[in-house]
Ligand binder design. Structure first.
Ligand code: IFM
Length: 446
């Protein structure tokens, strides 16, 4: 048995998102978000649930912060609910909402846990959706105003900010496939949403710079793409997959604009990205780090019959309870790829985790599938650092089992078990494993 170490100063954390854990959905002046509305539309959530209560973190945040301290977390990634702070998305702020985040951040700091705050993890104020949502260019400006408000209010205590969580999911799942809020299926709208999300990111970065303090980046959702075989066709197909999923969301931020193959595809469908003069400069305003979310890999092969020219090949690995390929090497592979592709940015792994629905038996949750896959991910990450990636920290997804969007509470990602009836929390075997990783700043490679 040997241990693989991480660099001194490497930060260990856990991540959550407001709508997935807070509850208190209709309390203290909070406005409705697109998720509050979406969950009430019949058939949208497989379990028929909503997250009005979720993990009840809105009322139990102090206990949850105490659990974080017991785990030894050094940092915690949370997201702000925009409609809790600005019930109508703009205009007069809700003091009670701001006060909640004040108290949460103070509770973290009292325990020496560094907050990392995401501005947007998918819960757009419904009032802004009613005006057109992310398809409307104005929404980017309103996002920047919201960002400025929270930078002013929380920036004395928060030094790590993330503009968007996984804009690809907002754009594609929310507006192209329509399985997440706001449930739209329209390619033209998707192109507008992609561009306005990017624009809003750049405007928020500029707003933070104007305050003269704090670090900021964006978090993208990623899959490690591998050609299905060594043939030239599969190699090219994997590059196309990277264009459509990875470079579309990294390229503009790193000053490379939209990939030509993707622009061609969208224009051929009469769905152009609505780029105006100067937009690409705003979007590529330099950031301090790149947030990497990664859960799995995909083997890619050519498919000339599909407009995009590629498809996912049959999986060859076992699947997790989410249906993702259990690919321990994927995290290190992707981090190495993205580091080389974009000239070695500072990276935080802002989400990585495993869906494992194992429940308690005699009060113990033996989620060994999660533990072993996490171990594999971390060993791969340590190797990626050894060979040159500048990774400064890691946030496991997730602190707690929570509301997994359209899948409700049917899928569990937490290292702490949530009993949604009683709100009892039980740290799982994976939590013990993670605490040891944190203590040693190293992972055992078996
Ligand atoms: O729960 C989500 C999270 O909100 C965004 N990234 C993926 C997680 C697991 O599906």
């Amino acid at each position: 048995m040997s241990w693989v170490s991480f660099p001194d100063g490497f930060e260990w954390g856990a991540a959550t998102a407001a709508y997935q854990i807070e509850g208190g959905a209709l309390e203290d002046g909070k406005g409705l978000s697109i998720w509050d509305v979406f969950c009430r539309q019949p058939g949208r959530i497989v379990t028929g649930e909503n997250a009005d209560v979720a993990c009840d973190h809105y009322h139990r945040y102090r206990d949850d912060v105490a659990l974080m301290a017991e785990l030894g977390l050094q940092t915690y990634r949370l997201s702000l609910s925009w409609p809790r702070i600005l019930p109508r998305g703009r205009g007069t702020p809700n003091e009670a909402g701001l006060d909640f985040y004040d108290r949460l951040i103070d509770a973290l700091l009292e325990r020496q846990i560094r907050p990392c705050v995401t501005l947007y993890h998918w819960d757009l104020p419904q009032s802004l959706q009613d005006l057109g949502g992310w398809a409307l260019r104005d929404t980017a400006g309103w996002f920047a105003e919201y960002a400025k408000l929270v930078f002013e209010r929380l920036g004395d205590r928060v030094s790590r900010w993330i503009t968007h969580n996984e804009p690809i999911v907002t754009a594609m799942m929310g507006h192209r496939v329509g399985v997440l809020a706001p449930g739209i299926r329209d390619l033209g709208i998707t192109a507008r949403v992609v561009h306005h999300l990017h624009l809003s990111h750049g405007l928020a970065v500029m707003a933070l710079r104007a305050t003269g303090r704090g670090q900021i980046g964006i978090t993208n959702a990623n899959t490690s793409y591998e050609p299905a075989d060594g043939g030239e066709e599969s190699l090219q197909a994997a590059e196309l997959a990277r264009d459509f999923d990875t470079r579309l969301f990294h390229g503009p931020v790193f000053g490379r604009g939209y990939p030509a193959s993707v622009v061609r595809y969208y224009e051929s469908k009469n769905a152009p990205f609505p780029v105006e003069d100067g937009d690409l400069d705003v979007i590529s305003e330099p950031t301090d780090f790149l947030g990497v979310n990664l859960y799995s890999r995909s083997r890619i092969e050519a498919d000339p019959a599909r407009g995009v020219g590629y498809r996912a090949a049959e999986p060859t690995l076992p699947l997790t309870d989410m249906g993702y390929k259990a690919a321990p090497h994927a995290l290190g592979d992707f981090v190495t790829w993205v580091s080389e592709e974009y000239e070695r940015p500072v990276i935080y792994v802002t989400e990585n985790g495993v869906c494992d629905n194992t429940g308690p038996v005699d009060g113990v949750v033996e989620d060994t599938a999660r533990r072993e896959l996490l171990r594999g991910f971390l060993v791969g990450l340590a190797r990626a650092v050894e060979i040159g990636a500048d990774v400064r920290g890691y946030y496991v997804w997730s602190l707690l089992d929570n509301f997994e969007w359209a899948l409700g509470t049917s899928r569990r990602f937490g290292i702490i078990y949530t009993d949604f009836e009683t709100q009892k929390r039980i740290p799982k075997v994976s939590a013990e494993f993670y605490s040891e990783v944190i203590r040693r700043n190293a992972v055992e490679s078996k």
